[in-house]
Design a binder for this molecule. Sequence first.
Ligand SMILES: [Fe+2]
Length: 247
Amino acid sequence: MFNFLKTFFKKDVNIKNTVELLKTDLHSHLIPGIDDGAQNLEESEILILELLHLGFQKLITTPHINVNFPNTPDIIQRNFESLQNYLISKQISFNIDFAAEYMLDEGFSNHLNKGLLSFGKQKFVLIETFHHIKPDRFQAIIFDIQMKGFKPVLAHPERYLYLWNVKEKYFELKEQGLYFQLNLNSLSGYYTEKPKNIAKFLLKNKLVDFLGSDTHHTKHLEMLQKSLTDEQIMSYLESGKILNQTL
Ligand SMILES: [Fe+2]
């Protein structure tokens, strides 16, 4: 029994230490009803309180912008303000801000021309691609984003099938100035074994710039408890390569 408590306590301390070093989570879907994340204010509240409980000091939530969820900065801002008002009414005070997760689909160039939602002083923009198909003009689009003064951050690079067998592509994309945001839950195998192995490969090769929870629902948070105890994460954080805490 004593050993069990000792292990449990150690695990809890590890999670707190890791989250303290991270400080900010920059990838989640917490604004209710506008994408496949939280569907109502109560669900948002549960997710936010749980992230707070894990020890995050700041959240930058990132609703999808794609053909299925045709959000605009105005829609996101309006719904974000409703969420903020709800949190105030519940006396939950928390440092929370928003950006977006842009899919590089046929609508993206239009968003780029109108102005992207970014985060941090360096104007980071979170982007994703379809999992199976490499987008047309991938590197040209990255260049276009950079030319508008933004720093593109690829969400969960470990999850794209078209990159798995061409690992040198990861180095090429990094050389082009693309930042990588790993999903913490990839490390505990939440997205199956292959993304887990690629996540470990990316950490081993010091290619990761940001870590994110990509929280959509409570299952992600349950898994996060396990992912945050990963030893590779802790040593990577101590190496000072992660930029979360600068946001
Ligand atoms: Fe996401």
